[in-house]
Design a protein. Structure first.
Length: 242
């Protein structure tokens, strides 16, 4: 049950966060129909704050509301996914370069140990652990880079990045490659090499983009024109909100 706030705005903010969490963790998937009454019952609140939360989620692009057919989870379009990954590639490469001369040794050592503990291949039962650790690593780079404006832009994308990661969890081959790429970023941070850190981070995100497009890493053989990114269907309407 959602904690009681003294006003509808407070309740709506908390309900908004909870519904968005369920969307980003795919509890509610693209095409799922959301029931205002059911969510109000589940969260122990009135329908008014749920309606307010729905309006905010619609403005953020997470749901679609139709007076005729109801409220449905929207997810992210192929174009949005591409734009998010491109923004991350450009901005995070720059921030990784800055972080190379600013990140504390203890932080680098922490992530080195944490990623090493996962091994060279991440088992399916540890996938969520890997995804969370990877996200925390990127957040640590934002903080260490000490550019509040760029960090704010990327932090505003965190929920969408989380949705992309959970929705596409990736093949074992991609995860193994990603771990090696993160290792190269850590090597560059440890060496305090700004140029190498920027290049390693750019390569890491660029390879993520290529795997989404082509199922293979960037490189001389990846010459085929990218196909449209695959995202979960946005037209499925048969399932109801849990």
């Amino acid at each position: 049950m959602i904690s009681t706030f003294s006003n509808d705005n407070g309740r709506a903010a908390l309900i908004h966060r909870e519904i968005k969490r369920r969307i980003t963790e795919l509890v509610y998937q693209p095409g799922d129909k959301l029931s205002e009454a059911r969510i109000a019952s589940e969260l122990g609140c009135g329908r008014s704050p749920v309606r307010t939360a729905f309006a905010r989620l619609q403005s953020e692009g997470w749901i679609e509301i139709s007076p005729q057919s109801g409220t449905f989870v929207r997810g992210l379009s192929d174009v949005e996914i591409t734009e998010i990954l491109e923004a991350r590639m450009l901005l995070e490469a720059h921030l990784a370069g800055r972080a190379a001369t600013r990140m504390e040794e203890a932080t680098i050592a922490h992530f080195r140990r944490a990623f090493a503990a996962l091994g060279k291949r991440v088992s399916s039962d540890r996938m969520d652990e890997y995804l969370e650790l990877d996200l925390q690593f990127h957040l640590a780079i934002y903080e260490a880079a000490a550019n509040k404006v760029l960090a704010e832009v990327l932090l505003n994308l965190v929920d969408k990045v989380r949705w992309i990661r959970v929705a596409s969890k990736g093949s074992p081959t991609r995860i193994s490659s990603a771990l090696a790429e993160i290792g190269r970023v850590l090597d560059a941070l440890e060496a305090r090499d700004e140029r190498a850190a920027a290049a390693a981070m750019r390569g890491h995100i660029e390879n993520t983009m290529h795997f989404r497009h082509l199922g293979e890493p960037a490189g001389p053989k990846a010459k085929t024109a990218p196909r449209a990114l695959k995202a979960p269907s946005e037209t499925r309407t048969s399932r109801k909100a849990r």
